[in-house]
Design a protein around this ligand. Structure first.
Ligand code: URA
Length: 205
């Protein structure tokens, strides 16, 4: 297995083995004890989708339904996202879908940076296995997991960003987490526009 250094914002570095085989990553995630989120989970949610996926969808964290099912985005925000992906002409089943952290935070709170960092070897492994054309980062936790810096999400939302993630050059497109346009009607048009932009970039890639 290849190894690499994960360098965190505070300058510390951690040597990790790059698990660039999706089955191996899955088998490690389901028994993972790298942070305390593992203590309360029903199931870890490694993510799902084909190895050849051009689109890599990165959410925040499993919620209650995902924790029960062991699958990402199967609850209300997942159904909302699926509807908008379809409206934009994006086939979810052709994408790889995962989260910044693979276990449900208690009471659906946002994952903490420590938890995101603990989970990042899995994300790095998934990205290096799949080598997607585009990473669709849904909201702030997805941006934090990728180390994208911003003051407000609007600084980075709605355009393609070239971003280096631990030595991997990624094309990242940031949009809202679907729970935001699910709750509020105003951002829905922008959310759809973002997804249509991603669809058109994918069509050209
Ligand atoms: N929200 C997320 O960010 N991910 C899921 O899998 C479900 C809800």
């Amino acid at each position: 297995m290849r190894s690499s250094y994960l360098v965190f914002r505070n300058g510390s570095a951690q040597k990790v083995f790059i698990m660039d085989n999706l089955d191996i990553i899955r088998s490690k995630v389901v028994v993972c004890r790298l942070c305390d989120l593992s203590l309360k989970r029903i199931r870890a949610v490694p993510g799902e989708g084909p190895l050849e996926a051009k689109l890599f969808i990165l959410g925040e964290a499993p919620g209650r339904h995902e924790d029960e099912a062991g699958r990402p985005f199967v609850g209300m925000s997942g159904r909302f996202m699926d509807r908008y992906l379809e409206l934009a002409g994006i086939d979810r089943s052709a994408a790889f879908v995962t989260n910044a952290v693979k276990c449900r935070p208690p009471n659906n709170r946002k994952p903490e940076m420590m938890e995101i960092s603990a989970c990042s070897p899995y994300l790095l492994g998934q990205l290096s296995a799949i080598k997607p054309s585009i990473v669709l980062a849904l909201g702030t936790s997805a941006c934090n997991a990728l180390g994208i810096r911003y003051k407000q999400l609007s600084d980075v939302r709605g355009r393609l960003i070239q971003h280096d993630f631990h030595g991997h050059s990624l094309n990242v497109f940031v949009t809202f987490h679907p729970s935001f346009p699910m709750r509020f009607t105003k951002p829905r048009a922008e959310f759809l526009k973002d997804l249509k932009t991603v669809a058109s970039i994918l069509g050209r890639s």
